[in-house]
Design a protein around this ligand. Sequence first.
Ligand code: ADP
Ligand code: MG
Length: 292
Amino acid sequence: ATPMSIMTATGRGAQAGVLIKDAEALERFAKVDTLIVDKTGTLTEGRPKLTDIVAAEGFDEGELLAMAASLERGSEHPLAEAIVEGVQARGTAMADAEDFEAVTGKGVQGKVSGRSVALGNAAMMDDLGVATESMKPRADALRSNGKTAMFVSVDGKLAGMVAVADPIKATTEAAIRALQESGLTIIMATGDNERTAKAVAARLGIDEVRAEMLPESKKALIDELHAKGASVAMAGDGVNDAPALAAADVGIAMGTGADVAVESAGITLVKGDLNGIVRARTLARATIRNIK
Ligand code: ADP
Ligand code: MG
């Protein structure tokens, strides 16, 4: 690679909000054949909104919401913000939570008004020995709509569900198509439920989905692809994406996300939309072509 052509490419990228760390990142990105994309905050806005509340028998919706939000005030997860904001908008009062604990990739738990409350996915409820079968059909219906459904338990019993919707960014669909046309195999990787993930992937024409992943499993997926001889880029925004961004041949951070994601990346998209990846791909390939 001539230093001149690389400087031109990185300069053009920077003008368009695509920050390329160095010559190697650019060269490697031209050769990448597989792109892993995180769902929440990368394909979607990452600003979910509370949409549904389903109370189990013996609980009322207001009570359920108040307990859920009281707990989520202690969490910085986008899902937590959605629940707290939704409850504030409804004017429901919240209590203080004690013994708060966040379980990565699963949910949160603690004590609210002397009761043990937990909120999270099916894995979280399994860990606590709370049966969720009775609400599974309802949860699946929400998920098939692309919503994220979370279970709430109180004193070891299922108390209900809350669901949020996270809209797909306006630029995502066309960018995914352009990237597929440039020869990239696209894989969605998410900590979210499989049904929810597949509903979103179907809307975007993404065939391959890895759901219910813990942060370590995103890195393991990259190792698995490397073992098959693939050259892999990974785009993500969260703290939980940082190990995978560092393990990929090229890590792509959404500049709107966590600082640690940016630090682990070879390419940073200032505006945080996927058009930045399309631009980076075009620049990288044009630069490599000039060198040959
Ligand atoms: P993502 O890949 O979507 O960023 P995470 O690994 O952060 O996923 O979370 C995976 C799943 O764990 C979420 O979809 C949700 O069901 C559950 N979860 C994690 N944190 C919370 C929380 N604070 N409140 C409720 N559910 C949570
Ligand atoms: Mg995320």
